[in-house]
Design a protein around this ligand. Structure first.
Ligand SMILES: Nc1ncnc2c1ncn2[C@@H]1O[C@H](COP(=O)(O)OP(=O)(O)OP(=O)(O)O)[C@@H](O)[C@H]1O
Ligand SMILES: [Zn+2]
Length: 735
């Protein structure tokens, strides 16, 4: 008798397919197959063969199940490790929470279907052995090959030929003569086990206490969430790496989520220094082959530590013991397309289902996590000082009303002077502006015409180096016209406002001798490029860094002492719920790059409103007080995290259809005590990729779940095929 009853006792099995439209489908189980929940199976669907997962029996069987004789049979079971119950529960949970089809969530968990096939083994050569009675001619070339081989070992062809200094044809000839024979190369497990006892840095004071607390949580092998906060440069990474070490000792796997793959460059060096080897990596730029190998290694428990982007949450860990979310406040953890989910929040759920410890890490924690820590749902650990006695940078504002830049320029005299002084001392300076390209707006001096995207409610951003106008929403590009498309005036188009390219232009004029580096997502397209850039900064091959938000997070540049924020007011303009919170977080993080070693740091914020509470919070550095003010503003109106939000985004290529559906949804809006619907209203991005957009916002009290209300609401409104209604639970973007 087997311990777990197989579903084969029944004649049918529910199979979840990785399709956005499907729930689980019923299939017939042929007598020769022994199928258990979690098995990867191939099944017929519309005359094609598809791979899906044997799902668990439904708790509420359908009223009218498909008749037995009409069911198609399962074709076979794939030789891949079955999906664990904890991952299946997680997929169901994410689908229910985000109102997504479970199949769409499953698709994220299947990584690459190729990973489900047995790994293809490469062929090589080995000595034929004593049994062979070959008596071939022993040329010097063949002798060299034999000398390069040891009995019983398999050699890949190309390196063997190279080692013996012969052509591959020689090997084939020897095989024909029976001197060597083909054999399969053994699998190299590329994910060497990190050594938890590899000597790491000596943790001091608060670091040691925090690390001990995290280690105890991992050792307890229970679910629990810890919010690890600490000033920039306090060594939070080193602290949570101790928790990773404990998971290794426990024989359990760890997952570390980072918001930006570019960041992983320095992080990987840190990991390697701590454990002697590299972890497995998971993000969109990993090659298909590595993806396949990583997926299988994770499933087999052979990848003890994975560091990745949000999609790594759906990897098939058989025994996850620790989930870390670094820079937990980052909005990059929100996936806005397809299944709309927040990886930070789902990481907590994944950890709960795996009975794993979860650690959320940030110098600027979100109000959500702070509130959870305050209520005792999360445990709080804090590192109050910078590592190694470094002090926090001094933050000042530059009042742009009093000391404005020269006409047509963007760097004010005080900032220019500060850069001068920094460069003169041989230290590094950074100019931060969260805007790619040369200028955010191109305008006709004569008629006032603005260059807009034809597909979006957005201005075209000039990228001068590429001689392009670009839409940052849909990717539309066009060449800058010679004359105004509206009034026909020649040479009348002017660039308005700065992007990093324009700041670079100004920097070249001011500091022609300085070695400059631009760090933006389009100039550093991948983690490798970011790694090279980071190294050149560490090696002091760069004097002046000009960057967008990718310079803000995580980096440790010991010789960087000045940070200049070109437009500190930029993030406040949008005016959504979290605009102030986000601006404080971003600018505090950027500021935190300055003065992380011996030399003290200085930060200058160029602003038109230095008296704004955001600037005041940055100057004082007292983010706790700022967040308490934020909480006081949001609490009475039940705004998150003191209430719940879900957005409906109605879109269609036909504006009238979008309008009509939005109105119908508005008319059918739910109500009652603690439930409120705002809208419909045109979205700020009223046109996006050629689709007209309307928004509705459901707001409920914290104790009222939005999902049942949304399901009920959506079921009452007929949505034409040409209209899409996207559900965004816990929206981060309000565009
Ligand atoms: N105990 C230690 N021994 C040696 N080096 C340490 C120790 N703690 C931290 N460091 C080093 O100090 C630097 C800052 O640490 P780390 O980057 O982890 O800080 P952080 O708290 O994550 O900062 P941020 O929030 O700004 O990203 C790193 O170079 C790190 O290796
Ligand atoms: Zn566009």
């Amino acid at each position: 008798m087997k311990a777990t009853p197989s579903v084969s006792k029944m004649q049918r099995v529910r199979v979840l397919l990785p399709l956005p439209l499907a729930g689980a489908y019923d299939y017939r189980i042929p007598p020769e197959l022994d199928i258990r929940p979690g098995d990867f199976v191939s099944v017929p669907l519309n005359h094609r063969s598809m791979i899906g997962v044997a799902w668990d029996a439904s708790e509420a069987p359908e009223a009218k199940p498909v008749a037995e004789h009409r069911l198609k049979p399962v074709a076979g079971i794939l030789p891949a490790p079955a999906m664990t119950a904890s991952l299946r529960r997680f997929i169901d949970w994410v689908a229910a929470y985000t109102l997504s089809p479970p199949g769409a969530v499953l698709r994220m968990a299947m990584g690459s279907t190729a990973a489900l096939e047995p790994p293809s083994q490469q062929a090589g050569w080995m000595l034929a052995g004593p049994g062979s009675n070959a008596q071939p001619r022993l040329t010097p070339e063949r002798q060299r090959v034999l000398a390069a081989m040891r009995p019983g070992e398999v050699y890949a062809g190309a390196p063997l030929a190279e080692a013996a200094g012969v052509s591959p044809g020689v090997l084939r000839g020897m095989a024909d003569n029976g001197m060597i024979r083909p054999a399969l190369l053994p699998h190299a497990n590329r994910f060497t086990r990190p050594d938890p006892d590899h000597p790491g840095p000596q943790l001091g004071g608060a670091q040691a206490a925090a690390a001990a607390s995290l280690v105890a949580k991992v050792a307890a092998r229970r679910f629990g969430v810890t919010l690890l906060t600490g000033v920039t440069g306090s060594g939070k990474t080193e602290v949570y790496l101790d928790a990773v070490a404990e998971a290794l000792r426990q024989g359990r796997q760890s997952l570390v989520l980072l918001p930006e793959i570019a960041l992983s460059a320095q992080w990987l060096d840190r990991f390697k220094a701590r454990f002697g080897v590299s972890p497995a990596l998971w993000h969109s730029e990993v090659t298909p082959r590595t993806r396949r190998e990583t997926w299988r290694a994770v499933a087999a428990g052979d990848a003890p530590v994975v560091v990745g982007a949000r999609s790594a949450l759906f990897l098939p860990f058989p025994d996850l013991g620790l989930v870390v979310v670094d820079e937990e406040h980052e909005t990059a953890f929100k996936q806005e397309e397809g299944v709309v989910y927040n990886a930070r929040d789902m990481a907590v759920v994944r950890a709960r289902m795996a009975a794993a410890a979860c650690v959320l890490v940030s110098a600027t924690p979100s109000l959500e996590s702070l509130t959870n820590a305050e209520s005792g749902r999360y445990e709080a650990l804090d590192l109050p000082v910078r590592y190694g006695g470094a002090t926090l940078p001094a933050v000042e504002t530059v009042d742009l009303r009093r000391t404005p830049p020269e006409r047509g320029r963007f760097l004010s005299p005080p900032l220019i002077e500060a850069v001068n002084a920094t460069l003169a001392r041989g230290e590094q300076a950074m100019l931060f502006l969260n805007r790619r390209g040369y200028a955010p707006l191109t305008l006709c001096r004569h008629c006032g015409h603005r260059m807009r995207c034809p597909n979006c409610t957005a201005w075209l951003v000039e990228h001068r180096a590429r001689r392009q106008l670009q839409c940052h929403h849909c990717g539309h590009t066009e060449a800058p016209p010679a004359e105004c498309p509206e009034c026909g005036s020649a040479n009348s188009l002017v660039a308005v406002g700065p992007g990093v390219e324009r700041v670079l232009e100004e920097a070249i004029a001011l500091w022609p001798e300085a070695r400059r580096l631009v760090m933006a997502s389009d100039t550093l397209p991948g983690p490798a490029a970011a790694g090279v850039a980071a190294q050149s900064i560490q090696d002091r091959a760069v004097d002046l860094i000009i960057g967008t938000q990718i310079v803000a997070k995580g980096w440790h540049f010991p010789h960087l002492t000045l940070v200049g924020v070109v437009d500190a007011d930029l993030g406040l303009a949008g005016g959504d719920l979290r605009a102030a919170e986000r601006t404080v977080q971003l600018l505090h993080q950027v500021a935190g790059r300055a003065g992380r070693a011996e030399a003290p740091g200085r930060v200058l914020l160029q602003s038109f409103s230095p008296e704004h509470p955001v600037m005041q919070a940055l100057i004082s550095g007292d983010l706790g007080a700022f967040m308490q003010e934020e909480a006081a503003i949001r609490r009475p109106g039940h705004w998150p995290p003191f209430g719940r939000l879900a957005a409906l985004i109605v879109s269609s290529e036909d504006e009238r259809e979008a309008e009509r559906t939005a109105r119908d949804l508005g008319l059918a809006a739910p109500g009652g005590e603690g439930v409120q619907v705002l809208g419909p209203a045109p979205a700020p991005l009223a046109l996006l990729r050629g689709r007209h957009r309307r928004r509705l916002l459901l707001k409920t009290r914290r104790d009222i779940a939005v999902q049942p209300i949304l399901r009920d609401w959506l079921a009452r409104v007929a949505v034409p095929n040409s209209v899409r209604v996207q559900v965004d639970v816990d929206p981060v973007s309000f565009l």
